[in-house]
Design a protein. Structure first.
Length: 419
């Protein structure tokens, strides 16, 4: 492109440029909107004068994006060429922040939050691998969290590889493509496979909970260690003694130098993470359903709230939510962990009974954001009731565990949903 696109320019027939967002790994990125629906998209463009291999990779990225339909993978909506011949494509616009930005703003994540992020990343990777697609450049900068929903999205397929790609020259064996700090030993040596993506995802998890990648910045000495030495145990990282042994062992397996020691695929990793979350929840809640507040680790605000702008309050008071979900939903350890962690993040809610969840929200905007998320996941298998409460309204662990009476307003709400 000889000149940058300007606000108001119409491209790919249906999209009006709104603003320049910045330069990506392979070109420029713009915010645009569909002229008919107003839906936002991220428009990625490279120069028609770019080297042929760069153009080929760009077009391959568009083809790969077009093959994937999954909530945890950014979607393609259109592709083609600008009037000057520059290749371009429009993809789903993620209104939120990437994990590297969230790390810079908030520091390391509690291990449960990091596991909930990892579960969504694994879901996205499973969809890619089912289609024979390797990402090959998974890192915090290429994973974003939507501000409104908290949904995690895998981004940037600039060096992705399709096993069935026609042009094998783009993915020659012996050429290491990706970001070295997140690459598996075999990928550093020039050979990548699905378990290499899982290794990268484990490095991302390691960084989310510790604030740094194993071995630190990858100079020549660190690269040698990555190739031939095991990653230091998660337990040895600063501030990690509180992480359960099961998490330490799981991360060690995913970061094994021998690829055959790792989990065989993304779905096996999902099952392992769900099991650890379920066991941790059982250990903290106890067989009698009472919450052990001394062992309950506080989490950061919900992912969506972290990734978006802080919501302002609308007058005095808070908002109380009572949520009922179907028993079928609660059979999934993943969904139980999602509800528990999201509600704890949004307010101070804990499970009440078998099907009732309670949370307290500081603003109606946060309440609305959460309700949109759960409605998207569970409708029609859910019911919800929300009411404004006084600013001094409190939820206590004792009341939620049944050791003390529920506040009258909450008790009436629970009764309505339990009928």
């Amino acid at each position: 492109m000889s000149e940058r696109l300007l606000p108001g320019d119409i491209v790919l027939f249906d999209y009006r440029v709104v603003a320049f967002l910045g330069a990506g790994s392979m070109g420029e990125v713009y915010l645009a909107r569909n002229v008919g629906t107003g839906d936002p998209v991220a428009l990625k463009v490279i120069s028609r004068d770019a080297p042929p291999e760069i153009i080929a990779r760009f077009m391959q990225e568009a083809v790969l994006l077009g093959k994937v339909q999954h909530p945890n993978v950014v979607g393609l909506v259109a592709h083609g060429f600008l009037e000057d011949g520059s290749p371009a494509y429009a993809m789903e616009y993620v209104h939120g922040k990437s994990l590297d930005v969230l790390l810079a703003e908030h520091g390391p994540f509690p291990w449960r939050d990091a596991m909930l992020i990892a579960l969504q990343v694994f879901d996205g990777l499973a969809a890619l691998h089912d289609l024979g697609i390797l990402h090959r450049d998974l890192k915090p900068a290429n994973i974003a969290v939507e501000a409104e929903s908290g949904i995690v999205k895998v981004l940037d397929f600039g060096v992705a590889k399709a096993e069935f790609a026609a042009n094998k020259n783009l993915t020659q064996a012996g050429i290491a493509l990706g970001t070295p700090a997140y690459m598996a030993p075999e990928q550093l040596a020039g050979v990548a496979e699905a378990r290499s993506d899982l290794y990268s995802a484990a490095i991302v998890f390691y960084e989310l909970v510790t604030g740094d990648v194993p071995f630190g910045e990858l100079g020549e000495k660190a690269l040698y260690k990555r190739l031939f030495s095991p990653v230091p145990p998660l337990r040895e990282a600063p501030g990690m003694p509180h992480v359960p042994d099961a998490v330490v062992e799981m991360v060690a397996r995913m970061l094994a130098t021998d690829v055959n020691t790792r989990f065989s695929d993304a779905r096996v990793a999902i099952a392992a993470f769900e099991h650890v979350l379920a066991e941790a929840a059982r250990a903290e809640v106890g067989d009698d359903g009472a919450v052990d507040s001394d062992r309950m680790e506080r989490t950061l605000p919900g992912l969506g709230a972290l990734a978006g702008d802080s919501a302002g309050g609308d007058g005095d008071g808070k908002w109380l939510l009572v949520l009922r979900v179907a028993d079928a939903v609660l059979k999934s350890a993943h969904e139980r962990a999602f509800l528990r962690e999201t509600l704890v993040g949004k307010g101070i809610g804990h499970p009440k009974g078998n099907r009732i969840f309670v949370a307290l929200f500081e603003t109606p905007a946060l309440l609305d954001s959460f309700l949109r998320t759960v409605a998207q996941r569970y409708a029609p298998d859910m019911q919800a009731d929300a009411e404004r409460v006084a600013t001094d309204f409190e939820l206590t662990n004792e009341a939620l565990a049944g050791a003390a009476p529920l506040p009258t307003q909450l008790a009436l709400m629970v009764e309505r949903l339990s009928a």
